[in-house]
Design a protein around this ligand. Structure first.
Ligand code: PGA
Length: 275
């Protein structure tokens, strides 16, 4: 069994604003429903070997979120590495009669130190509401996990000028304000425009800056000064070719990467673009 506890501490320590309010970048990979055991282990081994060489010179955090079937095996490969492992979703309750679901405590037990909640594919494929996502986030914090709350507008919402209102609504509905365990180190928000996910299309620099500064301000109204230390990730068609430009934008503290996280070389190139 992997002991996630020490990694959670490291993760938190690194995530909280360090000197002069700097937020340490986080590059997170979301493998989605991809990979059999051999693929997942090969990818984890490649990342682990790469991370070992970077042990001393790393400037950002790295997280991988494999499918649940691979979580334990990937955690074991990366045990002792500074690369953290997370889940892609969790249930809002601790345990019980919920066939097919996985609790936050089970993720932690399998070696996870973080979990994504509210990914747009969960919202779309499983009809997850903001209040359900909030309950998942509360459960994640209760299990000692760092929680990455995903938000983002659809193409239709952007076209009709609702982007910022949608982001505000999703934030206020799903961020677990007032819950135990919530801190700048345990909360991450990922802005992922639905129309940019897996499409090869990315928002303009101005659109990303506008969304991230809106999220920072909205969080400030919800959680006060703590908002300054919360990392805001951009996600949606991040690739080695566009990562440096996106990661340099104001209030972009890292990336949530789907397709390009499935190859170690590309994912590590994105990591390097952050540092
Ligand atoms: P993508 O996915 O990088 O393949 O666009 C991002 C995500 O859904 O997290």
């Amino acid at each position: 069994m992997v002991n996630a506890g020490s990694k959670i501490w490291v993760f938190k320590e690194m995530g909280v604003s360090g000197q002069e309010g700097q937020r340490r970048p986080l590059i997170a990979g979301n493998w989605k429903m991809n990979g059999r055991r051999a693929d997942g282990l090969a990818l984890a081994e490649a990342l682990g070997a790469w991370a070992k060489e970077r042990q001393a010179s790393r400037g950002s955090d790295m997280l991988v979120c494999p499918p649940a079937t691979l979580l334990g095996a990937v955690s074991e490969v990366l045990a002792g590495s500074w690369v953290a492992v997370g889940g892609q979703d969790c249930h809002g309750q601790e345990k019980g009669a919920h066939t097919g679901d996985i609790s936050a405590a089970m993720l932690a037990d399998a070696g996870a130190s973080a979990v994504l909640v509210g990914h747009s594919e969960r919202r779309q494929d499983h009809g997850e509401s903001d209040s359900e996502i909030r309950a998942k986030a509360v459960a994640a914090l209760g299990a000692g996990l760092q929680v990455i709350v995903c938000i983002g507008e659809t193409g239709a919402e952007r076209d009709s000028g609702q982007t910022l209102a949608v982001l505000s609504r999703q934030l206020s509905g799903s961020v677990p304000v007032g819950e135990g365990g919530l801190s700048a180190g345990t909360l991450v928000v990922a802005y992922e425009p639905v129309w940019a996910i897996g499409t090869g299309r990315t928002p303009s620099r101005e659109q990303i800056i506008e969304a991230h500064s809106h999220i920072r301000a909205a969080l400030g109204e919800m959680i006060g000064d703590m908002a300054d230390g919360v990392r805001l990730l951009y996600g949606g068609s991040v690739k080695p070719e566009n990562a440096a430009e996106i990661l340099a934008l104001a209030n972009v503290d890292g990336a949530l990467v789907g397709g390009a996280s499935l190859k170690a070389e590309g994912f590590c190139a994105i990591y390097d673009a952050a540092t």
